[in-house]
Design a protein around this ligand. Sequence first.
Ligand code: ADP
Ligand code: MG
Ligand code: ZN
Length: 318
Amino acid sequence: MSIAPNALTIGVDIGGTNMRAAVVDAHGEILDRAATLTPNSEDVLVDKLVALVNTLRDRHEIAAVGLAVAGFLDPDCTTVRFAPHLPWRDAPVREIMTDRLQLPVRLEHDANSAAWGEYVFGQAREAGTWVYFSVGTGIGATIMHRGEIFRGSFGMAPEFGHVTVVPGGRQCSCGKRGCLERYASGTALADTVLELADDCPEYRRSPLLHTASTGEEIMNAARDGDALGQAVVGEFARWLGIGLSFVADVIDPELIVLGGGVVGNHDLFLPAADRVLRQSMVAATHRPHPEVSVAKLGSAAGMVGVAHLSRYAENFPN
Ligand code: ADP
Ligand code: MG
Ligand code: ZN
């Protein structure tokens, strides 16, 4: 059973930093938006989520709600098992939110939601085997093969962001050390600033060392010519390229679509990351290379994708 073809649904993208909501029609067009910062206690999170949805429901008639969550879900998408950047632990979020909102609720992993948006409305229409790779607070990824999301046996796949790249390296919020996302994410950039300045005295004059900087501020400093910022972006590009070479070696996709907030500055690092990818892939000179492109729906991909999935809240599309 799906909802009426002309009905509107809400998609909410619940990230480690921001919660963004949109009213979306059946064609993936966004009619209205609302946003708030992600709180770090469970009760406040649920209350803020309800308030965010109700802000939009006051202005539109809504048939269903989709929640795109930056965390590990069970395979039938009812429970958030664990989320490195969110307070939910083994929380039956679909039931909690259905009770609170009195609407059908579809829960989905945030990267899967964004991948679905790109597959139905964006950069990956017609793609056979492809990977969505999102770089924001952390790294989230989705493998799609012949129109289906590949979830693995227990709903965990794929977690490229938590592959160990530096044994004993930077502490990750997942509990492990040296995960890829500690080197190639929006939040990793600030750690690289400190590490490079520690290693190299010439960087110590950079204004980036005197303020706690966001990923955006660090990349903007690089754009404005700051030497430390440029070195940090160089390191980021190298790690991203290595990460993408894992994707290419394990999945052999025709297409990798990059999403997430950091992609707003893709011109600064994508050419270098693509070069590293091409050099690091196995049998690099004897095989076709995946096309790497930027998400067409941008930061709206997760909201649009999960709003579309919520149209089928009663029977999952795969
Ligand atoms: P979330 O992880 O909450 O879904 P985003 O995908 O927007 O959120 O990613 C937020 C992270 O990305 C933050 O660490 C932020 O500093 C960084 N970031 C956001 N936009 C940019 C940008 N244009 N350039 C570099 N870093 C960015
Ligand atoms: Mg996100
Ligand atoms: Zn990790």
